[in-house]
Design a binder for this molecule. Structure first.
Ligand code: MN
Length: 258
């Protein structure tokens, strides 16, 4: 039996990136696309819990079995795996724009893969560079690299959550770790046409890249593959405080002094 692969993204179901990912994935199993009906970039791991969701069949070029959802990337994975049993792998992307370093906290693309991991499935997120022009990235040139990465990762069965960034014309593939030191959330003030104050919040990476990180590899035109985990516990801090006595030992039992 062929594995069932669910395809999601955060750019919306009509993005050229999702079509490319579905095309490559169909070489590895049965594919179904379940993706947001409109763009959901930078939505992170938001879920829709205060209104109902709809799941509507959507004709797409390429003839893929596809459904659009009026929700977030995480919603799509929750619904997609609920309505199609036996999904073993969720792929997300290919995002129009890289998801490197601290951008992973905001990424809807990565959140879709993360939702799969939360459900005990495997999730892999794919992102690529986009030029600052109207030009759509050449997805057909990325296909052989996405194919190669999938072949590689399907063998790594222990990895439940993976973040892949594919630059334009890659020189090769590198295993990397997440860059965390280059974040600079930037607020740009402006005025609306009525002269009222408005603000744009963007994330601007700081200069410099640490060797071995996703940003470093991507900047050197390598495909970056970062294995991630769901556990955010700071082990060092936890070990340090566990070694200390907690005073007072039990506040409720403290004797009241008169
Ligand atoms: Mn996006």
């Amino acid at each position: 039996m062929k594995p069932r692969i669910l395809i999601c993204n955060d750019d919306g179901i009509y993005s050229p990136g999702i079509a490319c990912l579905a095309k490559v994935a169909s070489r590895f199993g049965d594919v179904r696309i379940v993706a947001p009906d409109v763009e959901q970039s930078s939505m992170g791991h938001a879920i829709t819990s205060s209104r109902p969701l709809r799941y509507r069949r959507t004709p797409l070029p390429g003839g893929f079995d596809a459904y659009r959802v009026n929700g977030t990337p995480a919603d799509c994975v929750a619904l997609g795996t609920y309505l199609w049993e036996r999904v073993s792998l969720v792929l997300s992307g290919i995002n129009l724009g890289p998801n490197l370093g601290s951008a992973c906290w905001h990424s809807g693309t990565l959140a879709a893969a993360k939702q799969a991991a939360l459900l005990g499935l495997r999730g892999i997120a794919f992102s690529t560079a986009v030029a600052m022009t109207d030009k759509t990235p050449d997805f057909s040139s990325l296909e052989p690299y996405v194919d190669k990465v999938l072949e590689l990762l399907l063998k790594e069965k222990e990895m439940c959550l993976v973040n892949v960034n594919v630059p334009e014309k890659p020189k090769g593939i590198r295993w990397t770790r997440q860059a965390i030191k280059q974040y600079d959330g930037k607020v740009v003030p402006g005025k609306d046409p009525m002269k009222r104050a408005i603000y744009w919040f963007t994330v601007k990476p700081l200069e410099g890249e640490e060797e071995g990180t996703d940003r470093w590899a991507f900047g050197k035109h390598f495909v970056s593959i970062t294995p991630l985990r769901l556990d955010l516990t700071d082990e060092r801090d936890l070990a340090r405080v566990l070694a200390l006595p907690i005073t007072p030992a039990h506040p409720a039992r403290r004797k009241t002094r008169r």
